[in-house]
Ligand binder design. Sequence first.
Ligand SMILES: NC(=O)c1ccc[n+]([C@@H]2O[C@H](COP(=O)([O-])OP(=O)(O)OC[C@H]3O[C@@H](n4cnc5c(N)ncnc54)[C@H](OP(=O)(O)O)[C@@H]3O)[C@@H](O)[C@H]2O)c1
Length: 294
Amino acid sequence: MIRDRVVLITGASGGIGRAAAVEFTRTDEGSSHLFLVGRDADRLKVSAAVVQAMGGRQAANRDAVPAVTLLTADVTRPEDVAQMAATVERMTGRLDVLVVCAGQLEVGPAEELGPVVAERLMRVNFLGAVNTIHACLPLLRRGRRPVVINVSSLAGRLVPPYMGAYAASKFALNAYSHSLRQELRKDGIRVCLVLPGPVDTAMVKGKLGGPFYSIPKGTPVLSPGQVAGAIVALADHPRREVVVPAWLTPSGWLGSAFPSVVDGLYWATESFRGLRKKLQPAAGSSRRETQRLL
Ligand SMILES: NC(=O)c1ccc[n+]([C@@H]2O[C@H](COP(=O)([O-])OP(=O)(O)OC[C@H]3O[C@@H](n4cnc5c(N)ncnc54)[C@H](OP(=O)(O)O)[C@@H]3O)[C@@H](O)[C@H]2O)c1
């Protein structure tokens, strides 16, 4: 176990980021100082309460350095991110683990998801990561075994239909991470990528399983805790990238090497859905009518 780490997590007001905060607290037995970042102060407070219940200590409970510090910031605003880094500088003077997890998702037909949505997703998912890493680099250079963990997505490898802008933002994040990893290696800063499949969080609510976010049969829907476990494992033992769950790793290779196979897979999924939909009105009608439709 690594003790007394300084960890900053963006997107910590819910989902995977909150679960990561809990997992760091659990594995480090509350010895780490967590900086939790998000736009929504109330939801950040909930994260702090959950972490506290796991054994983290908050400012009010401690005379020395608080173990959990909540930072309200929009990662698309460089001034917010600079302020965030300045607070870390003032309080701990260093950063050991940076988890870049803030993100947004939109799914839908290309006619509906135009350039405005695409720009927002790029601003949050890609430029937000660049802003955060850029502001935190001086702190990481003073960190102990410093690690940057970028939370990307399997959609950054294996691209489903109706998700072009989101997938593009994750492709950009992947490329940025690969370059940064090579650049910072000589300085002892490790850069890792996490590529999760679908996770049960607010982000996918009302989308997953809907007409624009269907997943091939058998694809698991993960809990935020499963991804959090992978994040903390990377902080302890940095690797270039991990797919969660690990057994989906070959599907990522498939997406990169053989996009035509992926086309076929999604085409089959869509065709099956289309056929099922066609048959639905027949459910209440006669067997003969169903057979006619088939
Ligand atoms: N859920 C999935 O299926 C899935 C799969 C693969 C990868 N991921 C990735 O995992 C990461 C976390 O997503 P999640 O599933 O945990 O979703 P979530 O529960 O919706 O959490 C998203 C987090 O990002 C923060 N955020 C969004 N826009 C922000 C901004 N402009 N500035 C600062 N913070 C911002 C949100 O906080 P505020 O609203 O308080 O700002 C929230 O804490 C994302 O990068 C996502 O792309 C998710």
